[in-house]
Design a protein around this ligand. Structure first.
Ligand code: GLA
Ligand code: ZN
Length: 675
């Protein structure tokens, strides 16, 4: 990513916590990490307690020594501000820094991300620490990035947060009357007379249990507010760092599909996006791919980097299986294929105590290089050296996009009815998955991303339509775009106030109106038959079934059973030069596969590599050059046919068009060719 102009290869390394070890170990660390090809370390992630042992005392001697050690070893530094855990003295002296749980209980010291984001004390001291670090180390040549805090998250319901929430609502709604209208407070007599009547919707207020709440908009607003509160903590540090060291890019490590924070909003304030990828056991490669795409999309074109992954094993999953031989390399290249300009790990040396003592690291407890994991990491590190800057600064180009919107996630999951099985990320994934398995490049975008470069936009469960988005969609479709949406869309405005005829703002675009929606419990299905079309087949309909009246749209399929048999289940509407597809019900993945294939054919969108089970093809583009990553996710060697003349950057082998090659298990090709 050319961090501060200081990088000319894919950076390799990650979290390094030498403060957990005696100094004698550090020299051996440097020997081993160099052997592994590590050239960047993220340091100081959890060092606040050491740096500021009491309110008026700072001590940088250990950090000075760590920086000297890694600098002498020729490494670049991603310097963390260390503010994810406040020091114990602070909790003792200023209990306001400790969070309050949703049941009203006050937390005690002893966890990370345990600081109240609206505590003035926390804000003041975290920003001061950032300033001291910037002033002390900002001139060092080898600092490539600031890493603020670590994996922001969690909730707090303390008085400071409640007061800040009142101010936030006042700023948003301006008058108490506007708030009462937006929150529809005449329902159940919740009318507020004064801003001070407003409370944080904890389990003591309007939330009953996880995601069940009496006033959804209040709960949505608390989530908006809380994401903003943590963002303000990030910005309090970022502002200081940018003031003192304007040339060092600033980031924090995100976590993919993370419920609590609206990362698309955060991305606007980050100089590059970085994230931590820990796929769940049994998860498919397309899920990881979508998480990369979501994270990359938060940067809207900014550089993108993999800040953490485990070299071998995690400790926090229920069953922590080892990454099989070759998988760390495969997943590293998958991140790079999806745009990452780094391959980084948590962590360099496995710790001895506490909850991450069984988490994988490049250097294992045995402390030497004669391990499978070390050999694999070292081989990867040396391969990245060889690749140099070949595809740095290249980008992905996609003609399709999936809309993912945090407000929609919050609103649909907090919704009381029509079903508890609504899973917004899952509904968006179903389309991404179909495209990914066809090797069709798809971006994952938010509502602010311009649509003009796309031919198809998938916006399933577009429940909440924010101001201006209807116009944006209409322009997109009128100019020839294809929009795919469906059930539980166009239901509300951004205040979660329901449109008085569904799908509300999307009604003329979709050419339908929806009278009722039937929620089917698990195991209960409706269905439909499609004849004489690429979508031909007998298909199941489940989860939600909209009962639709066409208003200009064509009926492509009609329900086959129940009292609404014969009414439209799938509709297509011509709008301007484009088309809108409306899925009235959740359908089987195999229909989505056929549907995506049909649409891509219609719109002339080609796979970047011939689709084949378990073979992922992803393309990065730089100027006139293309880099097609081909990744074998199968558990067996798999034959592929390379359809174009190219050169594999990993082996320097030239391929003729149509040449056959057997990709070993977890094998990777990086095929370079002219566009
Ligand atoms: C996260 C954190 C790290 C570490 C790893 C363990 O990504 O940022 O500090 O806890 O998880 O997987
Ligand atoms: Zn708080």
């Amino acid at each position: 990513m050319n961090l501060a102009g200081k990088v000319n290869k894919v950076l390799y390394g990650g979290d390094y916590n030498p403060e957990q070890w005696p100094r004698e170990t550090w020299a051996e660390d440097m020997r081993l990490l160099k052997l592994a090809g590590v050239d960047v370390v993220t340091i100081n992630v959890f060092s606040w307690a050491a740096l500021q042992p009491s309110e008026n005392e700072y001590n940088f001697s250990t950090l000075d020594a760590i920086i000297e050690t890694v600098t002498a070893a020729g490494m670049k530094i991603c310097l963390a501000t260390g503010t994810a855990t406040h020091p114990a003295w602070m909790a003792r002296k200023y209990p306001e820094v400790l969070r309050v749980n949703t049941d009203g209980s006050k937390r005690k010291f002893g966890d990370r991300q345990n600081s109240c984001p609206n505590s003035p004390v926390y804000r003041k001291y975290s920003a001061s620490l950032a300033r001291k670090l910037a002033e002390r180390y900002g001139k060092l040549e080898n600092i490539v990035a600031w890493h603020i805090s670590n994996e922001y998250g969690g909730y707090c319901y303390c008085n400071n947060c409640e007061n800040a929430f009142r101010k936030w609502t006042e700023k948003r709604y301006k008058t108490i009357a506007a708030l009462n209208e937006a929150w529809n407070t005449s329902f159940w007599g919740h009318t507020y007379y004064d801003w001070n009547d407003i409370v944080a919707p904890s389990h003591l207020g309007g939330e009953w249990q996880h995601n069940r709440t009496s006033c959804q908009i209040q709960s949505i607003d608390y989530r908006r507010f809380y994401s903003d509160s943590l963002l303000d903590c990030y910005l309090a540090e970022a502002d200081v760092l940018r003031e003192v060291t304007p040339n060092i890019p600033v980031t924090t490590n995100l976590m993919g599909f993370f419920w609590e924070l609206d990362y698309q909003k955060w991305g606007k304030h980050m100089d590059f996006i970085s994230w931590d990828s820990y796929p769940w056991p049994g998860s498919t490669y397309a899920r990881t791919a979508m998480a990369h795409a979501l994270m990359r999309g938060c940067g809207e074109g900014k550089p993108f980097c993999l800040m953490e992954q485990t070299p071998s094993v995690t400790n926090w999953q229920p069953y922590n299986a080892l990454k099989r031989p070759g998988i760390m390399r495969l997943w590293s290249y998958q991140a790079v294929a999806h745009g990452s300009d780094t391959v980084m790990f948590f962590q360099m040396r496995r710790s001895r105590g506490c909850c991450e003592k069984f988490h994988g690291a490049i250097i294992d407890h045995c402390g030497h290089e004669n391990t499978r994991v070390f050999r694999e990491t070292a081989a990867m590190g040396n391969e990245l050296k060889k690749l140099g800057d070949a595809f740095l600064d290249s980008r992905l180009e996609s003609e399709t996009a999936i809309l993912f919107d945090w407000d929609n996630w919050w609103a649909t999951h907090l919704s009381a009815g029509p079903t508890i099985d609504m899973n917004y990320p899952e509904e968006t994934f179903r389309f991404y998955d179909a495209l990914a398995r066809r090797n069709i490049s798809a971006d994952v975008i938010g509502v602010d991303t311009p649509l003009d470069s796309y031919k198809i936009l998938f916006a399933p469960v577009l429940y909440m339509v924010k101001p201006g988005y209807r116009e944006k969609l209409e322009t997109f479709v009128r100019n020839g775009g294809t929009l795919v949406t469906g059930f539980f869309s166009g239901m509300t405005d951004e205040r979660d106030l329901v449109s008085l005829a569904y799908p509300g703002e999307l009604r003329s675009l979709c050419g339908i109106w929806v009278e009722e929606t039937d929620a089917l419990p698990p195991g209960k299905i409706n269905g439909f038959v499609i004849k004489d079309s690429p979508l031909a087949g007998t298909w199941k309909a489940e989860l939600l079934c909209d009962i639709i009246h066409p208003e200009g749209a064509q009926t492509v399929a009609a329900y086959e059973s129940d009292f609404y048999a014969g009414t439209p289940a799938l509709c297509r509407n011509n709008f301007g030069k484009g088309q809108v597809w409306y899925f009235g019900a959740r359908v089987e993945s195999s229909l989505i596969d056929k549907f995506c294939a049909m649409l891509c054919d219609e719109r002339g969108i080609k796979p970047v590599f011939p689709p084949q089970d378990g073979i992922e093809g992803v393309r990065r583009v730089k100027g006139e050059q293309e880099f097609i990553f081909v990744l074998n996710h199968n558990t067996v060697d798999t034959g592929v046919t390379v359809p174009f003349a190219c050169r594999d950057l990993l082996t320097d082998r030239d391929y003729k068009a149509g040449e056959h090659y057997t990709l070993p298990v977890a094998g990777v090709l990086i095929l370079q060719k002219a566009r």
